[in-house]
Design a protein around this ligand. Structure first.
Ligand SMILES: *Cc1c(COP(=O)(O)O)cnc(C)c1O
Length: 375
């Protein structure tokens, strides 16, 4: 018997979340009398831990898929995805362009070196590009001062038959917080508004809160790039995924593998950081940080045992964590435990208790945890 820990990924929850985002965009577009944007479903980092093949199945109705790794792009093609694929960081060396060409990938172009590589490439067909502007986040993209010249070079490559369509893209630093997107959007608009091409600016937070900026009012096509919300987690610290009609797509479950009875004053686990104030029953759960559960989750982090919410106590160790069985007196060895997901706390609640975000927990699911695919 394997250890009793497993994750399940619901393809129908992925499809449900995509449909919820689609509906939100359509409603926003209808209210603004504009054209609804297309969706690039972001499936980087093994589809935020959910698996590329599951994502290809769950997001079959997306207009495109976006990711970073060439290997993941190839897996999408092998899984039967025939639609657009966008590489969010572009390519890294000239030989990557052979794969871009062979698998008909679209690519972000964010620096001069990538334009140089394109200029030297011999491709069998044109490659569609999204030219990225650094509108203030200062990670990737041409500076506002350099953008027009980069765009001109891209148009020249288009005339020469190397490049197909040239779109315009940027990424927001604060779409999930009070600062919002106005400053960066202002920079983006002022730099790009006279240039032709499709636009892509919205991650999940911007798609959920500022969908109106992705609604095309003119002839330019808009593409949104939601990631986290499609997996049923929230991009916001102050709003739950469920409030947007999203369903968790990954559930992490295990079982109680031992029970201990503590007397007042007894401690549990490494560092003895939790001490029982009175006698209590605790359950040892087969799930630890080597499974991807955050070690920084503190006493009080919600855990669901046999459908009843209780709390983690003491320090999370490599292979185990400890829960208070006070509210579940009938629990014993073999009782099911839900760490996050459909029948557990939300991954965002667990993340918050560990001082991080749901993204990190989903992406960090360890390879040793078997993943079952649900429909
Ligand atoms: C990861 C990523 C996204 C998706 O971000 P979420 O916050 O998960 O929606 C969108 N665009 C780019 C460029 C990204 O790297």
């Amino acid at each position: 018997m394997p250890r009793p820990i497993s994750a399940s990924v619901s393809v129908s929850a992925l499809a449900h979340n995509l449909a919820a985002v689609r509906r939100h965009l359509d409603q926003t577009a209808a209210a603004a009398s504009g054209l609804p944007p297309s969706i690039w479903a972001v499936i980087k980092a093994n589809a935020y831990g959910h698996g590329i093949e599951q994502a290809v199945a769950g997001f079959s109705k997306a207009q495109g898929l976006a990711m970073l790794d060439l290997d993941e792009a190839v897996r999408c093609r092998e899984a039967g995805w025939g639609g657009p694929i966008l590489l969010l960081e572009g390519f890294f060396n000239p030989s990557d362009l052979d794969i871009v060409d062979r698998y008909h990938l679209s690519t972000t172009v964010h620096n001069r070196e990538q334009l140089d590589m394109l200029a030297r490439a011999r491709l069998s067909r044109r490659v569609d590009i999204m030219l990225k502007l650094n509108s203030g986040m200062n990670r990737l993209g041409f500076s506002p001062a350099a953008y027009a010249a980069a765009h001109e070079r891209a148009m020249l490559l288009q005339q020469q038959g190397t490049v197909g369509s040239v779109g315009k893209m940027t990424h927001f630093a604060c779409a999930d917080g009070p600062q919002g997107v106005n400053e960066q959007l202002g920079v983006f608009n002022s730099v790009t508004h006279k240039l032709p091409g499709a636009i892509s600016v919205c991650n999940s937070a911007a798609t959920l809160r500022f969908a109106e900026i992705a609604v095309a009012s003119e002839a330019q096509a808009h593409w949104v790039r939601p990631g986290i919300c499609l997996y049923g987690a929230s991009p916001f610290a102050d709003a739950e995924a469920a409030s947007f009609g999203l369903k968790p797509a990954m559930s992490l479950r295990s079982e109680i593998i031992a029970v201990q009875e503590l007397k007042a004053g007894d401690s549990v686990g490494y560092g003895a950081i939790f001490r029982a104030e009175r006698s209590m029953r605790i359950g040892i759960v087969a799930c630890g940080y080597a499974d991807g559960y955050p070690r920084h989750a503190a006493t009080g982090t919600p855990v669901v045992v046999a459908g009843i919410r209780t709390q983690l106590v003491g320090r999370v160790s490599m292979d185990m964590l400890i829960v208070d069985l006070g509210p579940i007196p009938a629990a014993g060895v073999g009782t099911p435990v839900s760490l996050w997901g459909e029948d557990g706390p939300s991954v965002d609640e667990v993340a918050e208790a560990a001082g991080t975000i749901g993204y990190e927990l989903l992406c960090a699911l360890a390879p040793r945890v078997p993943v079952a695919r649900d429909v």
